[in-house]
Design a protein around this ligand. Structure first.
Ligand SMILES: [Zn+2]
Length: 263
């Protein structure tokens, strides 16, 4: 039996177990101090890389249907507040000053459009090799490793932007990655974060079958309030991107900013 870790956000040792969400040996609990919900017994990076590599569980999830449980009406409502691909790219360019952008947990894909220069961090060996080839062809590169460690390999104040798309909920060293990203970012730089929305109506209605639960890959379950509080501890300000649709959205989309003058 592995030890139960303290809160990854505020270090409080005590937390209240959420029985309906603690499947098999996995212990999901809410911090007694800051109310962050997290997996108390995550597995080590090495095991994640080989046994629980997220691309494998993602494929399994897809095979089993992975239904979001959203009604067509809610789906339509969500699409109204979404952006087209082109619009998204233009927005990203504006957020990131069309400069150097680090994609953490980048997978094999090219998420950073021209003219931005793409950099990445990827834990899976196979995906890293593919991403690195893409990124080098465009003036950047990809580091193989765990995000919270690899982020310190980059120069301080190197990036205009950082992308954490479906990444932060996987990271065991939560404050480590946030502090590392803060350091790697230029003053005034931005971070786009997308994580499952533990505060969504869907999670409340569907309960344990909600699409945001993934054992043991997801190690933190954020609401907007707990996400905002956690990133503030690393020095960031926040701006909620999907403000209007948030309650019916299974994801939280937030833009973090490093203040121009670091405190
Ligand atoms: Zn806490």
């Amino acid at each position: 039996m592995s030890e139960l870790r303290p809160c990854p956000g505020c270090e409080t040792p005590s937390a209240t177990k959420l029985d309906p969400y603690s499947r098999d040996e996995w212990h999901v609990a809410t911090c007694d101090t800051c109310t962050l919900t997290y997996l108390r017994n995550p597995v080590a990076y090495e095991a994640l890389e080989e046994d629980f590599a997220w691309e494998k569980t993602y494929v399994e999830k897809k095979k089993t249907g992975g239904s979001t449980g959203l009604s067509p009406a809610i789906r339509k409502l969500r699409q109204q507040f979404g952006l087209t691909h082109k619009g998204k790219h233009a927005k990203m360019g504006a957020w990131f000053n069309n400069g150097k952008v680090l994609d953490i947990g980048c997978g094999s894909h090219q998420n950073i459009p021209e003219p931005m220069i793409p950099y990445g961090i990827e834990l899976s060996r196979a995906l890293h090799a593919e991403a690195d080839a893409h990124m080098r062809a465009r003036g950047g590169y990809c580091v193989h490793g765990a995000g919270a460690e690899a982020v310190w390999d980059f120069e301080a104040e190197m990036f205009d932007g950082v992308l954490m798309h479906s990444y932060l909920e996987h990271e065991i060293d939560l404050m480590g990655i946030l502090k590392g990203v803060f350091r790697a970012l230029k003053p005034g730089g931005a971070v786009y974060v997308r994580v499952p929305n533990f505060g969504s109506i869907n999670r409340h209605v569907i309960g344990p079958k909600w699409c945001g639960f993934r054992y043991p890959d997801h190690v933190t379950y954020f609401t907007y309030a707990t996400l905002r509080d956690t990133v503030r501890r690393a020095g960031f300000t926040t701006h909620l991107v999907n403000r209007i649709g948030l309650p019916v959205d299974d994801n939280i989309k937030v833009l973090l900013r490093k203040p121009q003058m670091a405190a």
